[in-house]
Structures are given as C-alpha cells and as structure tokens.
Design a protein around this ligand. Structure first.
Ligand code: SF4
Length: 291
C-alpha cells in the first residue's frame, strides 16, 4: 500500500496551539521540539538556552553548507526518470554531478561570507560523498534490473519519499525525514549524514527513535527499519522497535519538563570537549565564559 502522507499531515497539523503537548500534561510548553533541539539540551542545557530560548544565531559553518548542498542534491536527483535506458548509469552520474555543481554555486554567497580559502578541497570532498552514494545506488539498481525490471522501473522502485515534515502535536515534537523507502512492503526511514564518523551514536539513535515515533503517529505503525546513510561510508540500518519509541517519548518528556523556564540559571553549563576544541569552539563560548 502506498503511503498517504499528505492527507495525514493535514489532519495532525490542524491541531490548535492549545493542544500542543496535550499528551504530556505539562503546562507552559514553549516550543515544539525537534531531534536537534532535544539533542542540544542533552548535550548542554546552557547551549539550549542561548539557541532556543534567547534565539541567538549559530555561526555559519562550512560543514552545515556541505550538508545542506548534499541533502538538496539527493532530494532533487529523483525528480526525473531516465530517458535513454541503455545509458542509465552515465545519465545518472551526469545528473548527480550537474546538480552538485549547481547547488554548490548557489551556496556561493554563504561561502564568500565565511571567507573559505580551501573551497576546492571542500567541493572535492563533497563530490566524493555524492559519488559514494551514487555508486551504492547504482548497485541497488543493478540488483533490481537483475530481477527483470527495466532501468526506469528499478529507478522508480528505489525512489524514496523525500524530505517530509512530520509533526506530533500531542508530544509537541516534529522532524524532517530525509528519505522513506517502501520496498516489498517494508518501510525504511533514513537520514543522510555527511559526518566523518559512521557509528549510530546515542545522539543519532535518539534522532531515529523520534522518527520512529513520528512515523508511527502518522501511519499507525512503526517503520520496519530506521537508519543513517553515511555519505562517506555507506548505509547503516537497524530494526525499529516499540522500545525505541518508548525511549523517544521519555526523552521528549524530559526535555519539555526541563525547558519551561526562561531563566538562564535554570539551564546549567555542561562543560565538555565540545566547549572548545583544537580548531573551533561552541557557538556560544563567548557569552558562556567571557561575559
Ligand atoms: S561553551 Fe560549553 S558550557 Fe557553554 S554553552 Fe557551549 S557547550 Fe555549553
């Protein structure tokens, strides 16, 4: 059965503000949380305060630009089918490469503001990531073609639902899911990562658990698998379970309960190696330690 996300989204988004957080019974919920805000609070409550309560901006970062470019390439890659099926690999390689160049050029203003000196190196790094992902995708296509499908049919089967916003008003949480695959009746929810690491850390696990909860709320059942597509290393998936969903609910509740105040003193510093490291520092290091 195809997933009918659009109708379901309309239904949940029509909830009023009064109903936000109604399944938690916590008064004064200030914001709809996301995997990112929840993980920020877990990392350091003071950082959460600066960013989400005071709404101080974060500094522009080359890593964020690269992540954003990679996401948009992978999202738009699936917009069209394949015209010349014999040459499908060449067509798809050319398409990915052209999309990457266009999106990188579009990020030019941001790069200029950051005064990036090694722009070419960053572009090459990104090109390797996109190429890794594409070659994995072409292998998946080959497998589908080996079962008797045409390249266009294989492409269609492997085309995910992309960049969908999911909202759970009852728990006051939302998230954008990068890719949802439905194949042979199995649902896999994926997030793209450009990080150097390739392990499903606690932070990533919580993000996936929240996606499992959001998916279940929308579709009435948890996905079969959740996972991360590490663009440098490949895809890692795990089985989605009810325990994951329970873990997500516990963490969401914890963050809501501890973020009803708007006073700085209620958000303690959690000092760690992430405050300052060899080539950078926390976006809020100055107000945090130098005020
Ligand atoms: S500098 Fe450290 S303690 Fe301060 S907000 Fe950032 S992570 Fe938290």
């Amino acid at each position: 059965m195809p997933i009918n996300i659009g109708d379901e989204m309309g239904k949940t988004e029509s909830k009023t503000d009064k109903e936000i957080g109604y399944e938690l019974g916590i008064p004064n919920i200030h914001r709809v949380q996301s995997p990112s805000s929840i993980n920020t609070f877990r990392q350091c409550p003071r950082k959460y305060f600066y960013h989400y309560i005071e709404q101080r901006p974060t500094k522009p970062s080359i890593h964020l630009v690269k992540g954003s470019v990679a996401h948009s390439v992978l999202e738009d890659f699936f917009d069209n089918g394949i015209i010349d099926e014999k040459e499908y690999k060449t067509i798809l390689r050319t398409r990915a490469s052209a999309l990457l160049k266009t999106r990188w050029l579009s990020a030019g203003e941001q790069l200029k503001k950051m005064a990036i000196t090694d722009e070419e190196l960053h572009f090459s790094d990104l090109a390797i990531m996109v190429s890794n992902w594409l070659e994995d995708f072409l292998k998946k296509m080959e497998k589908e073609i080996a079962t008797g499908k045409t390249p266009n049919e294989a492409f269609k089967v492997l085309t995910p639902i992309r960049e969908r916003k999911y909202v759970h008003n009852g728990y006051a949480v939302q998230g954008f899911i990068d890719a949802i695959h439905e194949q042979d009746g199995k649902i896999t929810v994926l997030d793209y990562k450009t990080s150097k690491r390739d392990d499903i850390s606690d932070e990533y696990f919580l993000q996936l658990a929240i996606y499992a909860l959001l998916y279940k709320h929308q579709h009435g059942k948890i996905p079969d698998q959740v996972g991360l597509v590490f663009l440098r290393h490949g895809e890692k998936t795990i089985e989605a379970t009810e325990n994951m969903v329970d873990h997500a609910i516990k963490e969401i509740k914890y963050v809501h309960e501890n973020t009803t105040s708007k006073k700085l003193d209620d958000y303690p510093q959690k000092k760690s190696g992430l405050c300052k490291w060899s080539i950078g520092q926390c976006d809020f290091y100055e107000p945090c330690f130098e005020r």
